[in-house]
Design a protein. Structure first.
Length: 327
């Protein structure tokens, strides 16, 4: 990888009652300008850029702190490399005349990025024929919950989820970062006359505020009010399997409330619960790691069925994937 042309200047501010951190970059740090190649007539490489940026975040194990933290230089470099590589690949594809449409789909972007995004897989893709302003938050939250449940069901550790939003021929990236339970929006496009790319971060529980802010942003910058949009959900398949060896651990106290669940799970992993205040649900994450190359992890049913000491109520408790606290 060549050296980057320059590290961009930027300014950061907090909004939405200090729950949303917004980092604006100089105009030269945007996909139409920041490039090794001469992007004649601008750049249409945004889908390539977002998948490559996701790969750089994953490969460098970038943790994205909450809005009270400064924007990570590693994250800025990931976007810089995403723009440089994405634009370079797109220019090559145009020169080779292999594109039927100048705007790539997500599967095409993954295909043409080749080894740069090794391991990146599309979990789901949804086309929504509805107003983005009235539905983006609900759709993102709904699929994030399904993603966590899927990881649990597959005996896999919950890992970062990367979501590509495509609307009005522009692609932006949402990163659901496990380490700090944050959501970050990364947009490589130029915004208005004096703003370049943008990175914005919230705690996941404030996702609704981010979606509302983003909806206002594209309306202000592009007069965009999308009635059709696509959400593509991506992950890196080097999941870490989870062996749920619960039969060797102390049994939980009687289920008198969520506090007993918390106390029990703290004996396994202090970060085993993800809380969703919108639904008042606790997602249970048990992190006993095993490499993919190892023997497949036994399921929770296999483990409990092999134990003569477990009671039926214990098995039901151990197999639960989400718990709702009683009012």
């Amino acid at each position: 990888m060549k050296n980057i042309p320059f590290f961009p200047q930027y300014e950061t501010k907090l909004c939405c009652e200090d729950t949303l951190r917004i980092t604006w970059f100089e105009t030269a740090f945007s996909q139409s300008i920041y490039s090794y190649e001469d992007c004649v007539n601008g750049s249409n490489a945004c889908t390539l850029i977002v998948v490559i940026t996701a790969a750089k975040c994953h490969q460098n194990n970038i943790e994205i702190g909450g809005p009270e933290k400064p924007t990570s230089p590693k994250l800025i470099l990931a976007l810089a490399h995403g723009m440089l590589l994405g634009n370079s690949i797109h220019e090559d594809l145009k020169a080779q005349k292999v594109l039927s449409n100048i705007n790539l789909t997500v599967p095409q972007a993954i295909k043409y990025s080749k080894d740069i995004v090794d391991g990146l897989k599309e979990w789901k893709s949804e086309l929504h024929q509805m107003s983005l302003q009235n539905s983006l938050f609900k759709n993102l939250r709904r699929q994030w919950k399904k993603w966590v449940q899927r990881c649990l069901h597959k005996n896999k550790c919950y890992v970062d989820l990367y979501v590509v939003l495509i609307c009005d021929f522009r692609s932006v990236l949402f990163v659901f970062n496990k380490a700090h339970d944050t959501v970050t929006m990364i947009d490589s496009h130029r915004h208005m006359l004096d703003k370049g790319a943008i990175i914005a971060t919230v705690d996941r529980i404030r996702l609704k505020a981010m979606c509302q802010w983003f909806e206002n942003l594209i309306l202000k910058c592009y007069n965009s009010f999308p009635q059709v949009y696509e959400l593509s959900y991506l992950y890196f398949r080097e999941h870490i399997n989870i062996t749920k060896i619960l039969i060797n651990l102390p049994k939980p106290t009687p289920m008198s409330g969520i506090s007993s669940v918390k106390n029990y799970l703290q004996e396994i992993d202090s970060e085993s619960i993800v809380y969703d205040p919108e639904t008042n649900e606790y997602y249970v994450l048990i992190n006993i790691e095993q490499n993919e190359a190892d023997e497949p992890s036994p399921t929770i049913n296999e483990l409990t069925n092999n134990s003569n000491d477990e009671t039926e109520s214990d098995i039901n408790f151990l197999a639960v994937s989400s718990i709702t606290e009683s009012s």
